[in-house]
Design a protein around this ligand. Structure first.
Ligand SMILES: [Zn+2]
Ligand SMILES: [Zn+2]
Length: 394
């Protein structure tokens, strides 16, 4: 079958204006009440069944197609997901649609994801004769902050009866016109730890009477560098980063306490567990060796995003068949995290990068940068990716 995209193209200006509206009115994770209400109003206007306050500010839309299913297979129930939250970043772009909210900005592209899924919803609702099966639209809050919004939505039953789930991320490291994914691990697990080292403070000139928490902290930071270089299989991947180190107040006092705050990123569960074990072991033994004590708080965040092989193949086949002006690429895994991982732990599916980078219009800043922006022509590609999967469900 072929898809006539002309009726979808008619929604291009709505798509861009919805993205810009969201861009001007960002809301932080777990505070997306106005965004959720705005989405709900549109879905209801188009006659879509809507459930609100799903696991927080989550909005779930459900609709069915009316086309005759001639495939001899039962109709599919597909879930499509968009995250809707913004970040605590001051928008430094000079465009008329820059954020109107001081200190808050859509710097990850979630405004584009939301506008994309709304456009998909609008088209599906107005062309039910063109597709069969069931679609559930997941407008998910709080992707950016642990414990994330996906967990709450899943616990509220948003995946009940779903056969497969797909999500996209607009991605400026990839040029517009390219769509990419890969089977297996695409994004990393995101764990966070903090270590409070208790030494014994004292006079800077009398170190023999103290336990210097700064020296212990420095030893730990050095030791952690050997986890990836000496403990992890060189063919595997892991990151151990200490992002913050605080101790002491002045030059002539040995600090009683020091605090380290860091993150661990891995792709597979065994490496994740082993890395945590090494952080704990090193902390215990190095502190003991120096006569210090430590309290560790180790928080396991999002698991790794593991794409299902059959679905990656399906996405590649449908996208390359139906969208003539895109090219497919095998994605390079990224050590960032995504709570889309939780959906893929429950039902099969795939997370997809949609290229949004374009050097000619300064759409090359990394995600979470104060000048982050996308090439908006990526939005229509994202819409077509989702629609290809719904309209041609074989
Ligand atoms: Zn982000
Ligand atoms: Zn994001």
């Amino acid at each position: 079958m072929t898809i006539d995209w002309s009726s979808v193209e008619e929604l291009r200006s709505d798509l861009i204006s919805w993205r810009r509206h969201l861009h001007m009115h960002p809301e932080l994770s777990f505070h997306e009440s106005k965004t959720a209400a705005w989405i709900t109003e549109k879905l209801r206007l188009w006659g879509i069944d809507v459930e609100i306050n799903v696991g927080g500010h989550g909005v779930v839309g459900r609709l069915s197609g009316h086309a005759f299913n001639d495939s001899n297979k039962p109709s599919k129930h597909i879930a499509l997901r968009a995250d809707i939250d913004a970040l605590p970043i001051q928008d430094e772009k000079e465009v008329y649609y820059k954020s109107r909210v001081p200190g808050i900005m859509h710097a990850c592209g979630h405004d584009g994801h939301t506008a994309t899924l709304l456009t998909v919803a609008c088209w599906l609702a107005k062309h039910r004769e063109a597709w069969s099966g069931n679609v559930t639209l997941l407008f998910q809050p709080a992707e950016e902050v642990n414990p994330g919004g996906a967990k709450g939505m899943i616990e509220s039953g948003c995946l009940d009866g779903i056969d497969c789930v797909y999500g996209i991320h607009l991605w400026t490291p990839i040029p517009v016109g390219v769509v990419a994914s890969k089977e297996g691990a695409l994004l990393a697990s995101v764990d966070e730890f903090s270590i409070e080292i208790h030494g014994r403070g004292g006079h800077a000139a009398l170190p023999h009477q103290t336990v210097d928490s700064i020296v212990v902290a420095a030893s730990l930071v050095q030791a952690f560098q050997t986890i990836v270089s000496r403990n992890i299989d060189p063919l595997d991947h892991a990151v151990v980063t200490i992002g913050s180190m605080h101790a002491g107040h002045t030059f002539n006092v040995i600090a009683e306490r020091a605090n380290l705050h860091g993150t661990v990123r891995t792709f597979n569960a065994e490496t994740r567990t082993y890395t945590e074990q090494r952080v704990r072991e090193m902390t215990k033994h190095i502190c003991e060796m120096n006569g210090a004590k430590a309290d560790i708080t180790y928080y396991r965040g999002y698991p790794s995003v593991i794409n299902h092989k059959d679905h990656v193949q399906r996405v590649q086949e449908k996208v390359t068949k139906h969208i003539k002006d895109i090219s497919w690429d095998n994605a390079v895994p990224v050590m960032a995290g995504e709570d889309f991982a939780y959906y893929l732990e429950k039902v099969p599916g795939c997370f997809i990068f949609v290229g949004a980078g374009n050097a000619q219009i300064e759409a090359t800043f990394p995600h979470h940068h104060p000048k982050f922006n996308i090439d908006e022509s990526a939005l229509m590609y994202a819409v077509k990716v989702f629609l290809s999967l719904v309209i041609d469900p074989s």
